[in-house]
Design a protein around this ligand. Structure first.
Ligand code: SSV
Length: 145
């Protein structure tokens, strides 16, 4: 299995609902957080490019839930590259709960698909995945099981 990019998150009260479980929208927020931390850390020039005319269109987001989590649970969110085409990136997320005893439990899984686009709002066209981003993704593109 190819390596993953990890984003750690300690669940806070603000993310839980009336009965103490994490409200589902937060899982999607963490996907966003994970991918932006990836760009910040490994492909900062892409952030510059986004301040210019690069647009990363989020085409699709999904999440399936296997177990409830609650405040003070420690999560390891593991992002993997699933698919890289000339203009699109498909990636996935494993939400793993880390127990104090060192155990791991897969509590949810998610996926996203992003398209690279450029141009003004009236004429936005698909563009190649920028070279800097391709390079940053390279280590995550090794053979799958
Ligand atoms: C501003 C905005 O819309 C940002 C979009 C960011 C998209 C980032 C995509 C990163 C994909 C990384 C995949 C990594 C797999 C290991």
């Amino acid at each position: 299995m190819q390596p993953y990019y990890e984003y750690r998150h300690l669940v806070g009260f603000e993310e839980t609902n009336l009965v103490g479980n994490v409200y589902y929208v937060n899982y999607l927020r963490w996907q966003g957080r994970c991918r932006e931390m990836f760009l910040r850390e490994l492909s900062p020039e892409v952030l510059e490019d986004i301040r210019g005319d690069l647009k990363l269109f989020t085409l699709k987001v999904d999440c399936e839930f296997f177990a409830e989590i609650t405040a003070f649970d420690q999560l390891s969110i593991r992002m993997r590259l699933e698919d890289l085409t000339q203009t699109q990136i498909g990636f996935s997320f494993d939400y793993v709960k880390l127990t104090p005893e060192g155990g791991e439990e897969l509590v949810a899984k998610g996926r996203q698909r992003v398209a690279c686009m450029r141009g003004p709002n009236t004429n936005t066209r698909p563009t190649r995945v920028p070279e800097g981003l391709r390079l940053a993704l390279e280590p995550y593109a090794s053979a799958r099981p």
